[in-house]
Design a protein around this ligand. Structure first.
Ligand code: SF4
Length: 341
């Protein structure tokens, strides 16, 4: 797929004091991308779009380069001990993306240039937790692979974790431009997971992301480069042909990976869920969406942040769970299923 290039870019003045900020500024200038200054990466004005659809589309074509000021990391269960961020939002256009519904009307693509400060903070967290090994998730608020050709930050982060005997990194992506990550001394301390789904889900709901084939090709390269490898199948949907389609997905995955890598791979399985607020925003942005969000077929579950989510009811969740456990065990007898939620 074509690598992301914004149609406009905003810089925080402070970002231009960092080498990476200067480098990106030059790249944008050379590519003739219109550049503006914004006082804060949190409140960017001047992205066009009066309607929710156009505002969303233009935001996803806008890059904002800033400095991450809050360097306190949140826990990230069940995936890792903590999450940190190299950016916020991503150029992908997944209709169900929960993240995109939590970032206001214009979920523009943000990248942070104070990478050395972020890595220093990670080092402190690792030291505080010694002698235990501390794991970190790098992709809970963005997809760092999607903008890696502009930042090189993931490359730097993987190299950093390669030197940490008590730190582990986890990355997840729906993108495929991994070529500049293949020659790193990662020492198997970075685990790559590719987020995959059935052909129907990818083609219907995941605009501007890598195709299934491109993700598989990238996964093969990552496995060849010796990284631990996993797959997140999410969100899991019920629809007319879900069983055949997910069976096809697993069979193709097994065929493309071959026998050698199958033993080490893992799966994370996440069923579809949504909040009332997310549904409202999704319907404004994608009025014709085929996403099924019908409350009468869901079970409402209160969450710890004072609002709840609509999940599939327990019997449906059980059906999904037993299908995926059976199929994964059949097709990948050596693989590990890390969790199902
Ligand atoms: S790739 Fe991930 S972060 Fe980006 S829109 Fe899709 S679900 Fe959201």
């Amino acid at each position: 797929m074509k690598l992301f290039m914004p149609v406009r870019v905003f810089f925080e003045p402070q970002a231009l004091e960092y080498p990476l900020g200067k480098e990106i500024y030059k790249k944008m200038e050379n590519a003739n991308i219109p550049i503006k200054i914004t006082p804060s990466h949190n409140r960017v004005t001047g992205i066009p779009g009066d309607t929710p659809q156009i505002g969303y589309r233009e935001a996803k074509r806008t890059l904002v380069v800033g400095v991450k000021k809050s360097l306190k990391f949140d826990p990230c269960r069940p995936s890792a001990d903590y999450q940190f961020t190299l950016g916020t939002s991503c150029p992908g256009g997944c209709q169900y993306c929960y993240l995109a519904t939590t970032l206001g009307r214009k979920p523009y693509v943000r990248i942070y240039v104070n990478i050395d400060e972020i890595l220093d903070t990670i080092r402190h967290y690792i030291e505080k937790n010694l002698p235990a090994v501390t794991s970190f998730e790098a992709a809970s608020t963005s997809d760092p692979v999607a903008v890696e050709h502009l930042t090189g930050s993931l490359r730097k982060t993987i190299n950093f974790f390669g030197q940490q005997t008590h730190g582990k990194l986890r990355v997840v992506t729906k993108f495929a431009n991994v070529d500049n990550l293949l020659d790193l001394e990662h020492h198997r301390r970075t685990k790559f997971r590719f987020s995959i789904n059935s052909r129907y889900v990818i083609s219907t709901f995941e605009a501007n992301t890598a195709s299934f084939e491109e993700r598989l090709e990238a996964a093969g390269k990552i496995a060849q480069a010796g990284y631990p490898l996993g797959f997140i199948i999410a969100p899991l949907f019920f629809y007319e042909t879900w069983q055949e389609d997910y069976q096809e997905l697993l069979t193709k995955l097994a065929r493309s990976l071959g026998a050698s890598t199958q033993e080490e791979i893992s799966f994370e399985l996440i069923s579809h869920r949504y909040t009332a607020r997310a549904k409202k925003i999704i319907l404004e942005r994608f009025p014709q969406t085929k996403l099924e969000m019908e409350e009468s077929t869901r079970k409402y579950k209160w969450g710890k942040y004072g609002y709840g989510k609509y999940l599939y009811p327990p019997e449906k969740l059980e059906q999904l769970k037993s299908f995926f456990f059976n199929e994964i065990n059949r097709v990948f007898p050596q693989a590990q299923i890390e969790y199902f939620i």
